[in-house]
Design a protein around this ligand. Structure first.
Ligand SMILES: Cc1cc2nc3c(=O)[nH]c(=O)nc-3n(C[C@H](O)[C@H](O)[C@H](O)COP(=O)(O)OP(=O)(O)OC[C@H]3O[C@@H](n4cnc5c(N)ncnc54)[C@H](O)[C@@H]3O)c2cc1C
Length: 286
């Protein structure tokens, strides 16, 4: 199946990209890995008149550490994270999550930033960005702004991006050596989008008590959320099965699950409960 006709642009600098976005914003779409845009064009779900390919913009192709944050440039592919990219636990967390994301050919082309921009409710990187409250660095011809992941997702496939903007970088905070994480996902088949997923991260003190925690749920509502009541329940407590059971129940009662052909809301609530418990248990494996 072929997409509808469009004009193809291939800028090699960010300034040229911003110029093109300004000129065509309402009729244009950025092409990064193309793993979501091209299928949606082929299915006629989107019909941009201008497609702006960013793959030749070398400035967007970076991955480095700055100010205790991993800076993920807009052209960083999913597959980059298959092996830990950094010694901090963030490296192995990214590698763990990456295994669940689609299939190898998609991981080789698709980009981390493209996934955030696309904002599928069941996208793994969106969940991770929310769990870490990543900074999403956005540029337009008017300038640059940083948006927290907690403010970025507005609904299923809806974000804080305006049509003339591009994500240039995503900043992920390093976790530090006292961090423990557990990621659990359930999907019908390997590589399918998640029916539900939970990422739990705990920071332990020297007595092995939980100093603070982040508990984020994806695939259950129209965009990933953190469950602050669950995090408060974990803070200053000692990890235990009872604590994890109570926390899982808090998560189950806090979510407002969506319904679709893959499952009704009670099914997803149940998944949120079970996956939270298992993800918390996983934190103890490290
Ligand atoms: C069969 C299949 C299975 C998949 N399974 C999964 C899965 O399990 N989990 C998962 O998370 N994803 C899955 N995906 C989607 C895949 O991860 C995509 O790569 C990702 O959603 C989009 O990244 P991309 O770079 O390909 O973006 P593109 O397809 O190029 O673009 C997607 C959208 O984001 C916009 N965009 C891209 N980059 C930027 C930017 N830097 N700034 C602003 N806007 C931008 C585009 O204009 C477009 O609207 C699957 C895809 C397929 C085809």
């Amino acid at each position: 199946m072929k997409p509808p006709p469009f004009e193809y642009h291939k800028p090699t600098t960010i300034s040229k990209l911003l110029e093109l976005l300004e000129a065509h914003s309402h009729d244009a779409r950025i092409l990064a890995g193309g793993q979501s845009l091209m299928p949606s064009m082929n299915f006629r779900l989107s019909r941009p008149e201008h497609v702006i390919d960013i793959n030749l913009i070398e400035e967007l192709n970076q991955l480095n550490v700055r100010n205790n944050k991993l800076v993920v440039g807009a052209l960083t592919r999913h597959a980059t994270f298959e092996s830990p990219v950094i010694d901090d636990p963030l490296g192995s967390l990214l590698a763990t999550v990456c295994q669940h994301l689609a299939h190898w050919p998609i991981r080789v082309r698709g980009t981390f930033a493209g996934s955030l921009a696309h904002a599928d409710p069941a996208a793994e990187w969106c969940l991770l960005a929310v769990a870490l409250d990543a900074d999403i660095i956005i540029r337009s011809s008017q300038g640059e702004r940083a948006v927290k992941a907690s403010e970025f997702f507005k609904g299923g496939f809806q974000t804080a991006l305006t049509p003339n903007e591009v994500i240039v970088e995503v900043h992920l905070p390093l976790l530090g050596e006292n961090a423990r994480y557990g990621f659990m996902e359930i999907s019908r088949r390997t590589g399918d989008f998640a029916l539900a997923m939970v990422l739990s991260i705990m920071w332990l003190d020297s007595q092995h008590q939980i100093e603070r925690a982040s508990v984020a749920v994806g695939g259950v509502q129209s965009y990933p959320i953190r469950v602050f009541a669950a995090e408060e329940n974990l803070a200053n407590a000692a990890p235990s099965k009872d604590l994890f059971e109570v926390t899982s129940e808090i998560v189950a009662q806090s979510v407002n699950p969506m319904e679709d052909i893959h499952g009704d809301s009670e099914f997803r609530r149940d998944l949120a409960r079970t996956l939270t418990f298992r993800s918390l248990e996983r934190t103890l494996d490290q």
